[in-house]
Design a binder for this molecule. Structure first.
Ligand SMILES: Cc1cc2nc3c(=O)[nH]c(=O)nc-3n(C[C@H](O)[C@H](O)[C@H](O)COP(=O)(O)OP(=O)(O)OC[C@H]3O[C@@H](n4cnc5c(N)ncnc54)[C@H](O)[C@@H]3O)c2cc1C
Length: 246
């Protein structure tokens, strides 16, 4: 097969670690946890990341008894391993092409998604940066643009992060801990959803909105009402010492 440009986008697969002392129960990995035909009565989830939290919430809501990693010695029907992802770079001819991989097997690319081999690009999980669909999408677009003669970069400046737990958790920009490492003064505003009209009307008032070092635009913007996003303005106002409803 011949082509003017090649984009490697073979994704990733679940990583594995040895699980000791597992007797007579199945150990499943990553997305296999979404394909079970029967609901386990008790499940142990071995994970240190967001996907483990999401699986925990899912199985809890479906009615399983759920234990998370550090549960000690427990009797369960299934063990779900969710301990990260490894890139699909084996057996697809990358070494033969001379494409450089790092020690974890991910394809090394520059800011233009270029590998070390002329007109061979890579994007998505295979480059091991975020393991997220929307960053993979952005990287794929950039790789395609550059493979067809353009010169663009991915802007990783404000990658949003979400955990589909209950309550859900999401962040964008600098989180408080990182902001404190970078700046001497960090202003922080926290606004509880128990004071948010939308949350009250749905009866789900758990959680809060937090804003750190917020910009003026956040306060001057208009927010749809009733919405959860209104809480962002309230948190920003609180950070500036001008709380409105708390
Ligand atoms: C359970 C689960 C939940 C997730 N939830 C979220 C979420 O909520 N939000 C989010 O942003 N991300 C989520 N992700 C991550 C997201 O799915 C990935 O980051 C994203 O799909 C990566 O895109 P990609 O194009 O790099 O790889 P993929 O989407 O995996 O695509 C790779 C493709 O390459 C094909 N392929 C592999 N090897 C070969 C080969 N040798 N020859 C030809 N084709 C090949 C595969 O079949 C596949 O179609 C989740 C992932 C999992 C597993």
């Amino acid at each position: 097969m011949e082509a003017d440009g090649i984009i490697i986008a073979t994704g990733s697969k679940p990583a594995s670690i040895p699980v000791l002392e597992v007797e007579e129960v199945g150990v499943i990995k990553g997305e296999e946890a979404l394909e079970l035909k029967e609901l386990p009565r008790r499940v142990l989830i071995v994970s240190g990341g967001p996907m483990g939290i999401e699986f925990s919430i899912l199985y809890r809501m479906l009615g399983s008894g759920v234990y998370l990693s550090k549960a000690g010695r427990v009797k369960v029907d299934k063990v779900i391993l969710s301990v990260g992802r490894v890139p699909n770079t084996e057996g697809i001819g990358l070494r033969e092409m001379g494409v450089k991989l790092n020690s974890k097997g991910t394809v090394i690319v520059d800011e233009f998604m270029r590998t070390n081999v002329g007109n061979v690009f890579a994007a998505g999980d295979v480059i091991g940066r975020y393991f997220l669909a929307y960053t993979a999408y952005a990287e794929g677009e950039v790789a395609a643009e550059n493979a067809t003669g353009n010169r663009v970069k991915v802007d990783y400046g404000n990658v949003p992060i979400a955990v589909f737990s209950y309550p859900e958790v999401a962040s964008v920009g600098l989180i408080e801990e990182k902001a404190r490492k970078l700046y001497e003064t960090v202003r922080k505003g926290v606004y509880p959803f128990s004071a948010n009209g939308r949350a009250i009307s749905t009866g789900i008032t758990d959680g809060f909105m937090k804003a750190t070092n917020c910009v003026k635009d956040l306060i001057e913007a208009l927010y749809i009402h009733p919405s959860s996003s209104e809480a962002l303005k309230e948190a920003a106002l609180t950070a500036l010492g001008k709380p409105l409803h708390v």
